[in-house]
Design a protein around this ligand. Structure first.
Ligand SMILES: Cc1cc2nc3c(=O)[nH]c(=O)nc-3n(C[C@H](O)[C@H](O)[C@H](O)COP(=O)(O)O)c2cc1C
Length: 170
């Protein structure tokens, strides 16, 4: 298969970047050879247009996905609607709360178009956080130590689903 997959992500502190890289590795393990990752604000439009599948992801802050993500989606609306698309979030909530955040994260036109959606967990390293984010994590989130809830099982099953979506390409 020669179709390439672009994974474009936003990340404030690096957890989503790690998830994107692990997803790329999982896709390669699923026999998808051409996978590349790019931070959303520096994504090369020409390279993006050459991808058969575009996977878009970002972290949830205070219930909302990082604003770079919806901006990217609106700017690239036409292209995204012409490609096979996968969507993911990283976040610390789990279960119904995570599903609700995933549902709200992307515009409805893109939710309806995407072949796969996933919540891939998340991580926080307290020492990295800027003062206000650390304050919120401690006071509101009651997080007192580093948390790593990146869900490798979810990354693997998302990669397998994306691989199946690629199989439907002409
Ligand atoms: C200030 C702050 C607010 C957050 N708000 C939420 C939230 O509302 N819901 C949630 O599930 N996770 C929340 N998180 C967790 C992040 O979504 C998670 O740590 C994510 O993996 C961070 O990704 P990044 O390192 O790529 O920015 C928050 C984290 C911080 C630091």
């Amino acid at each position: 298969m020669m179709t390439s997959v672009a994974i474009v992500y936003a990340s404030r502190y690096g957890a989503t970047e790690t998830v994107a890289q692990r997803l790329a590795a999982a896709l390669q393990e699923n026999d998808v050879p051409q996978v590349w990752c790019s931070e959303i604000s520096v994504t090369d439009p020409g390279q993006l247009a050459s991808a058969g599948m575009i996977v878009v992801g970002g972290p949830i802050y205070a219930g909302r996905i990082m604003s770079d993500v919806p901006k990217f989606c609106e700017t690239n609306r036409k292209l995204l609607l012409e490609r096979v698309v996968g969507l993911f979030i990283t976040c610390l909530y789990e279960g119904d709360q995570a599903r609700a955040q995933l549902n709200e994260a992307f515009p409805s036109w893109l939710n309806g178009h995407a072949c796969a959606h996933a919540d891939l967990g998340g991580a926080v390293r307290l020492h990295q956080l800027k003062f206000f984010d650390r304050f919120l994590m401690r006071k509101v989130g009651k997080v007192r130590e580093d948390v790593d809830r990146i869900r490798m099982d979810a990354i693997r099953s998302f990669a397998a689903t994306l691989r199946d979506c690629l199989g439907t390409l002409p």
